[in-house]
Ligand binder design. Structure first.
Ligand SMILES: C[S@@+](CC[C@H](N)C(=O)[O-])C[C@H]1O[C@@H](n2cnc3c(N)ncnc32)[C@H](O)[C@@H]1O
Length: 218
């Protein structure tokens, strides 16, 4: 009937228009406002919201060097960190390597894994103006002020993360800046932690704002 829109279609339309409007330029140097970092006993650093985000809103970029998967794996073999994000895009395997502690606040790399029922965000792939893939985090539902931002790393229900005392932040920059939150001290660079696992499925955010499913990794 004219004028009636199926609820799911309407929801998708809202999500598309929101993501089109709200993803700022990936090359802007700073993270958007609305987040802070806290140190948790069981997870190490964690990203919390300082304002409410609606469903489908852009949250953060996962910034890092773009390298091929082979290079990422070689780097992990040399010095394993938990900041290498492996993914498949247009049939090629890539890695965003965020191992170097940034001098500016870049919170996408600090978002922790959410277990079933906790997940409130999702990492998507978006092509930047240089035709490279960017990892962009979106809210999956309304996230109230003060909640931890969490997405599914794709590690499975039985995965056990190493304790935070084993966290390794990766290669340190020459002048690492202590981020604003006093609890946000960088982890001990001498320690190691698990690699970053590739989620089983990945959604691509096309330039027109539509989502499509990427190739699943073998
Ligand atoms: C990309 S880092 C996230 C930021 C990290 N918490 C930090 O302090 O730098 C991924 C690492 O955080 C820890 N982590 C993430 N999610 C976790 C969870 N749900 N429970 C326990 N540890 C978690 C694990 O050590 C994992 O290897």
């Amino acid at each position: 009937m004219a004028g009636l829109v199926q609820p799911q279609l309407a929801k998708n339309r809202i999500l598309r228009s929101q993501t089109r409007q709200t993803v700022p330029d990936i090359f802007s140097e700073v993270d958007p406002e609305g987040f802070t970092v806290k140190q948790l006993p069981d997870k190490g650093r964690a990203v919390f919201t300082t304002k409410t985000f609606e469903e489908g809103e852009f949250l953060l970029w996962y910034r890092g060097d773009l390298v091929t998967r082979d290079v990422g794996e070689r780097r992990d073999a040399d010095c394993e960190t938990c900041f290498r994000y492996f993914f498949t895009w247009k049939g090629t395997k890539w890695c965003r390597d965020a191992s170097v502690e940034p001098t500016k606040q870049q919170l996408g790399r600090l978002v922790n894994h959410g277990w079933r029922g906790e997940v409130n965000s999702r990492m998507k792939i978006r092509e930047n103006p240089h035709n490279e893939p960017e990892l962009v985090l979106f809210s999956l539902k309304k996230i109230k002020e003060g909640e931890e931002v969490l997405y599914d790393y794709g590690v499975g229900d039985n995965f056990v993360f190493p304790s935070p005392t084993q966290l390794h932040s990766g290669v340190q920059d020459e002048k690492p800046e202590i981020l604003q939150n006093s609890a946000n001290l960088p982890p001990d660079p001498e320690k190691v932690c698990s690699p970053f696992y590739e989620p089983a499925t990945q959604e691509l955010l096309e330039p027109d704002g539509n989502f499509s499913q990427s190739n699943k990794p073998p």
